[in-house]
Design a protein around this ligand. Structure first.
Ligand SMILES: [Zn+2]
Length: 349
């Protein structure tokens, strides 16, 4: 048995924990409902006992290297405390890392606990074992309720000065656009996220332009991004237009990133990325028009499957040539956060 780490994904609805070997094998995964309402200490209790259980089980055969915890919020990397934790009441300015290390009895061992932003660990996961395996320099955009981002350089998360690098969701794509909770207007996540899809659908319905969306919205209590995507793939014109608009804004954001960063690969993940076929064509069109760097480095067929699932057409092969900018879909789904969280603690030791 190889050495291993524990990766934790602390989301708003689930607490997921996995033992991952140093060679990237997912040894075991457990999902616990996070009862956030029961408070921070309850969540930490559950998390620590699950980490303890898994590490005890695999310790018999390999060294426990540490635990990485992906959390939704901004983290002070020096102190291991969360500076901003909108969805985790009670976690702000609480010494989470120190407390978890103490409970796990790690203070005297070499194993460490690392707290990291959830979007950054997802990026590292895709780089380590996902779509960008073997690609040292890349970025991930996670399209969910908002847009999460992470930049990986030389196989490590690029934090910037204080861990705030990668806030792709708050790049302006529409100068006089919709206000964002961050204080800016026209942020990318107001135009190219699941909530943006929903807003565009509601607006089209209100204008009386989208009868099929109106029907779906009134009959489906859980009407959301997925329903809009389903209608688009069935050829519904208003739904298709919404996803094309989504693709254009994502293309504007990517054009900025490609121009500034000139990375080998950009991976698009998150729930909405399953609508790839509906938004990717306009995304690539916009990108090619707006980015001089992309125009000079675009692969001949950008819509080809670079995800590494198809032998011989993998992104690794393309990017190894060092000449092409690859934009592709994530492959690990929600496990990206678990791989990345485990990896982050391996890199720390
Ligand atoms: Zn914003």
């Amino acid at each position: 048995m190889p050495d291993f780490s524990i990766g934790v994904d602390l989301g708003g609805t689930n607490l997921r924990i996995a033992a991952v070997s140093a060679t990237g094998e997912l040894l075991e995964k457990v999902t616990l409902g996070t009862k956030l309402a029961l408070g921070r200490d309850h969540v930490i209790d559950e998390m620590c006992s699950a980490i303890q259980r898994l590490s005890d089980k695999y310790k018999a055969t390999g060294e426990f290297l540490g635990a990485g915890i992906g959390v939704p919020g901004l983290i002070d990397l020096q102190t291991g405390m969360m500076r901003k934790a909108v969805n985790l009441p009670g976690w702000e300015n609480y010494p989470a890392r120190a407390e978890i290390e103490r409970r796990l009895g790690l203070t005297k061992t070499g194993a460490r606990v690392v707290l990291e932003n959830d979007a950054r660990v997802a990026a590292l996961g895709e780089q380590w074992m996902g779509a960008a395996r073997g690609v040292a320099n890349m970025a991930v955009l996670t399209l969910g309720t908002g847009i999460g981002g992470g930049i990986v350089l030389g196989g490590r998360i690029w934090h910037g000065m204080n861990g705030m690098a990668g806030e792709f969701g708050h790049v302006t794509v529409e100068p006089e656009g919709y206000p964002c909770a961050c204080g800016n207007r026209g942020c990318a996540e107001r135009y190219a996220s699941a909530s943006a899809l929903l807003r565009m659908a509601r607006e089209a319905v209100a204008r009386g332009e989208a009868p099929s969306l109106a029907r779906a919205a009134s009959s489906d209590a859980e009407f959301g991004a997925k329903a809009i995507y389903n209608l688009a793939t069935q050829g519904d014109e208003p739904a298709r237009r919404i996803l094309q608009s989504f693709g254009r804004y994502l293309g504007i954001l990517l054009a900025d990133l490609v121009n500034v960063l000139n990375l080998e690969m950009y991976v698009i993940g998150g729930g909405v990325s399953s609508a790839w076929d509906a938004f990717a064509p306009t995304m690539f069109e916009e990108l090619r028009e707006r980015s001089i760097v992309y125009a000079a480095t675009a692969p001949s067929d950008p819509l080809r499957d670079f995800s590494g699932k198809e032998e011989g057409a993998s992104a690794q092969t393309a990017s190894r040539s060092g000449q092409e900018t690859i934009i592709t879909r994530a492959v690990l789904g929600s496990d990206a956060g678990l791989y990345g969280a485990a990896r982050v603690s391996m890199l720390a030791t």
